[in-house]
Write a protein of this length. Structure first.
Length: 88
């Protein structure tokens, strides 16, 4: 049977890549877990240059902060994948 679950994503922010910090760690974590990444960038009215140099390797989804906020506000606690236990 085909799973109805969506692919798992490691969500990260759109800060430029650096040798240290979250932008250096998240690509490594995604590789270790064998999952792709989702990139959340700030809306232009908040910071117009926020995502210009964000690392996009293995990123399969890019959304603005305001769009993600709208999505999360519409997700109920019951909207989880039934194939795996939820983390409490």
């Amino acid at each position: 049977s085909v799973s109805s679950c969506k692919p798992k994503l490691l969500i990260t922010q759109g800060d430029p890549h650096s040798e240290r910090g979250i932008s250096a760690i998240t690509p490594l974590v995604g590789d270790m877990l064998g999952i792709k990444r989702g990139l959340v960038v700030l809306d232009e009215h908040i910071d117009p240059g926020h995502s210009l140099n964000a690392p996009r390797e293995n990123v399969i989804l890019e959304v603005k902060y305001s769009h993600l906020l709208g999505i999360l506000n519409n997700v109920s606690d019951n909207d989880t994948c039934s194939d795996e236990p939820s983390i409490s």
